[in-house]
Design a binder for this molecule. Structure first.
Ligand code: NZQ
Ligand code: ZN
Length: 393
């Protein structure tokens, strides 16, 4: 077990109709004028935005609106948000949406807190943030975990670079989570979300740097719970209990809980997926599912005890004579599970067919951003990652 810091200051308000408390809470946190930030049409179509507007009005809180955040959110929208907040003298940002809207909001908050600096420098690793702006979220999709995480992921649409910046100051003040709201999600988004939730715990689980029995137990329970409920939602999308289990898992999977006592995890699949997301604009969780099997087969021998534990404790594989066979059976079982919920297990099924040149460009971009080698389950070089992309085609 390694030393760790666990910091998760976000207040969670969870359950049916909690979004009606938005105005009251925003006011309690000192807001007088809010940026109401949201995505495409879903929040308007479902009536959620109107509820939020009424709740803000009821609490006597002014607001300005900025919609149009796209999945894999863009830097130009962040700049637009910062300009609008300055012009309107906004003092609080309220994200109504999923990871994309929350991350766009986080980037606006970085920009507002240090208005003389270019926010993209954070994502280029040129400096660290020194301040943040008040932020809260009304979550509409269980997936990214941004509502409690320290992470923010933005794409520069001009260069197609998708980059993360992580900092504890970016954890939202509070998050309102009503599982009912997620019932309007298309099945593909629900299940991509489940894949992403699982991956946030699996990235931490497959490591060579420390472990704790308690952390492993929490991680394994979380993974089994998400798998069970992802399958329920595939056929019964209106099941409230399943929606609630998955929504709570999305937050716990990425608030640091499932990494306590470890080296923080591997994160190669996430970084590799972000390159695919930047270049081909795919749905993040589905992209992870498409890459994971090829990554796992490439690295499992270097992290064998963890792959065996995963196979037995999570996937229910009977231990076989050779540990390698147990590990491989676990990898295959997870791929079978992904297929059973309509998730891709390779890039072709994801809908992209990168050329050799594009694969080399993604591997090059990874090494430029993160150095070489990186990873915890196995330290990977640029050529290793290019090979994994090729195997995933
Ligand atoms: O734009 P609208 O119309 O709202 O539609 C969205 C979008 O098309 C739709 N949607 C959301 N809630 C809905 C709904 N449709 C119907 N009913 C609802 N209740 O779902 C689509 C996907 O939304 P998005 O916010 O993109 O999903 P997600 O939460 O998966 O976020 C993905 C983004 O988060 C990043 C990903 O890379 C990606 O950019 N991540 C952020 C992390 C973080 N900040 O901690 C960690 C993750 O690993 C991830 O990288
Ligand atoms: Zn993710």
């Amino acid at each position: 077990m390694l030393n760790f810091t666990f910091y998760t200051p976000t207040k969670v308000i969870f359950g049916k109709d909690v979004e009606n408390r938005t105005g009251e809470l925003v006011r309690e946190y000192g807001a007088s004028k809010v940026l109401l930030h949201y995505g495409g049409k879903s929040a308007e179509r479902t009536g959620l935005l109107e509820h939020i507007r009424q709740s803000l009005k009821g609490a006597g809180v002014e607001y300005v609106e900025l919609g149009g955040v796209v999945p894999n959110p863009h830097l130009d929208k962040v700049y637009e948000g910062i300009e609008l907040c300055k012009k309107e003298q906004v003092d609080f940002v309220l994200a109504v949406g999923g990871g994309s809207v929350i991350d766009s909001s986080k980037a606006i908050c970085y920009g507002m807190a240090e208005p003389d600096k270019d926010v993209w420098e954070l994502f280029e690793n040129k400096r660290k943030a020194e301040a943040f702006f008040p932020l809260a979220a009304v979550l509409t999709i269980a997936a990214a975990g941004s509502e409690m995480s320290n992470s923010c992921v933005i794409t520069d649409e001009k260069t197609l670079l998708k980059r993360a910046y992580n900092d504890d100051i970016a954890r939202p003040l509070f998050a309102l989570m009503d599982p009912e709201i997620t019932k309007t999600l298309p099945d593909y988004q629900t299940e991509s979300g489940c894949a992403d939730i699982m991956m946030h715990t699996m990235e931490r689980y497959f490591n060579n740097g420390g472990s704790m029995e308690l952390t492993d137990g929490i991680a394994e329970a979380l993974l089994k719970t998400v798998m069970h409920n992802a399958q329920i939602l595939h056929t019964d999308p209106d099941n409230y209990e399943a929606r609630a289990e998955v929504m709570w898992a999305s937050s716990l999977s990425h608030n640091g809980l499932t990494g306590c006592g470890t080296d923080g995890g591997d994160w190669v699949c996430h970084r590799m997926e972000h390159e695919v997301g930047g270049m081909f604009d795919v749905t993040h969780g589905a992209g992870l599912a498409a890459i994971w099997g090829s990554w796992a087969r490439f690295v499992y021998r270097d992290c064998l005890s963890r792959f065996v534990k995963f196979a037995v404790n999570v996937m229910g594989i009977r231990p076989q004579e050779r540990d390698e066979d147990t590990a491989l059976a676990g990898i295959k079982a997870l791929e079978d599970f992904f297929r059973s919920i309509g998730m891709p297990t390779n890039l072709r099924e994801l809908g992209v067919e990168p050329t050799d040149g594009q694969i080399d460009a993604m591997a090059h971009s990874l090494v430029s951003a993160y150095g070489e080698p990186f990873g915890s389950a196995k330290k990977l070089t640029r050529e290793d990652m290019a090979q994994i992309y090729r195997k995933a085609r």
